[in-house]
Design a protein around this ligand. Structure first.
Ligand code: FDP
Length: 345
């Protein structure tokens, strides 16, 4: 009888394409000899909630759960049914495991204190971003940031546990419910993307160690708001046109960011007359994407400072966001700094 030894896949072994998310998280945890496993469990909980939201998203048209819920959230925006469903799913997943002490959600007015003073982590989450796109079958996403609480375990949470600058994130990620569903995350050691395989109910590593191109050919901005921009932003967009960059704007932050991260590009949501502090939220949108961007070699700024250096003052704080390929963001800063801020009257 002929016996041949098994030849394992030599393509990087541990983190090769096709590794399941669960296995990847376990292997990564082994890199930290004193890790307690709580962050790993938290990431698994988020992945489970993402699978459930993915199922609901796929059924949205069929089960009549698209469309408005009939209430407005704290931002004054109309809540969609799926917004509400996603919020409930993530709240449940984050509160069951015992790793989390508090949650900040786009859909909740106040911080949710889970009354779990032994929970090490604080999570800021936008359960369903880009929700105005649900009804028309366009990609939407979930964005999350994870922080370690600052105050000692065993004590009630304080505002310093919640209002942390983005540079203190221990992990961040997003889920993109698109032509396929992907979970992309970082724990501060590179960025990895996992694609969901529906029939197996698993996320598999499909985009190991994502590196953003230093320069790209895409700019993403809502040009319908041009009359509300500062002159300096108009100058940059003129530059993009001079360079013959492609204009691509889905209006779903996760989807626009993800495309630009992989292909190279710049996403801009500047201050406008309607939203002089920008539209996007610092704690559960900009910070997470900025952490991921920087881990992938891209850059994120509010036009003055790095997003990760901003200290939040209020829970649902907004910020201008300019994020993307390093050289494009550099050009943006060079061009916009030539102008004094001045809104058109
Ligand atoms: P939405 O209002 O649909 O939730 O986070 C807010 C957000 O979407 C982002 O996903 C998106 O990039 C942006 O707002 C779109 O805003 P505009 O419609 O003003 O362009």
């Amino acid at each position: 009888m002929k016996i041949s030894p098994y030849q394992p896949d030599q393509s990087g072994m541990a983190y090769s394409v096709g590794t399941t998310l669960d296995r990847f998280i376990n292997l990564k945890q082994n890199d930290f000899p004193f890790a307690s496993g709580e962050l790993s469990q938290l990431l698994r909980d988020i992945a489970l909630a993402a699978k459930i939201v993915n199922r609901e998203t796929n059924r949205a048209g069929l089960a009549n759960i698209g469309g408005a819920f009939g209430q407005t959230n704290v931002q004054g925006e109309e809540q969609q049914k799926l917004d509400v469903i996603a919020n409930i799913r993530f709240m449940r997943a984050l509160s069951k495991g015992g790793e989390v002490c508090a949650i900040v959600s786009e859909e909740e007015d106040a911080v949710i204190d889970l009354q779990n003073n032994s929970g090490k982590y604080v999570v800021a989450i936008d359960p369903l971003d880009g929700s105005s796109n649900i009804d028309v079958n366009i990609s939407i996403g979930t964005i999350f940031s994870i922080y370690r609480r600052k105050t000692p375990l065993g004590q009630p949470i304080q505002s310093e546990d919640i209002m942390q600058p983005g540079k203190d994130q221990v992990a961040a990620g997003y889920v993109l419910y698109g032509s396929s569903t992907m979970l992309v995350y970082t724990t501060g050691f590179g960025v990895n993307g996992f694609t969901y395989e529906n029939s197996l109910g698993e996320f598999f590593l499909s985009h190991p160690n994502i590196q953003a191109p230093k320069k790209g050919g895409i700019y993403s901005i809502n040009e319908g708001l041009q009359n509300e921009w500062e002159q300096s932003v108009k100058n940059y967009v003129d530059h993009c046109k001079d360079q013959r960059y492609a204009a691509r704007y889905i209006g779903s932050l996760v989807a626009d960011f993800h495309r630009n991260l992989l292909k190279g590009g710049i996403y801009i949501y500047p201050a406008t007359t309607k939203n002089p502090s920008g539209k996007l939220r610092l704690l559960y949108e900009a910070n997470a994407l900025a952490f991921i961007a920087e881990q992938a070699g891209a850059v994120a700024t509010n036009g003055q400072k790095s997003i990760l250096d901003l200290s939040p003052n209020i829970l649902h704080q907004r910020t201008p966001l300019i994020i993307g390929s390093e050289r494009m963001v550099e050009d943006y800063l060079k061009i916009t700094k030539q102008e004094e801020p001045s809104y058109p009257s």
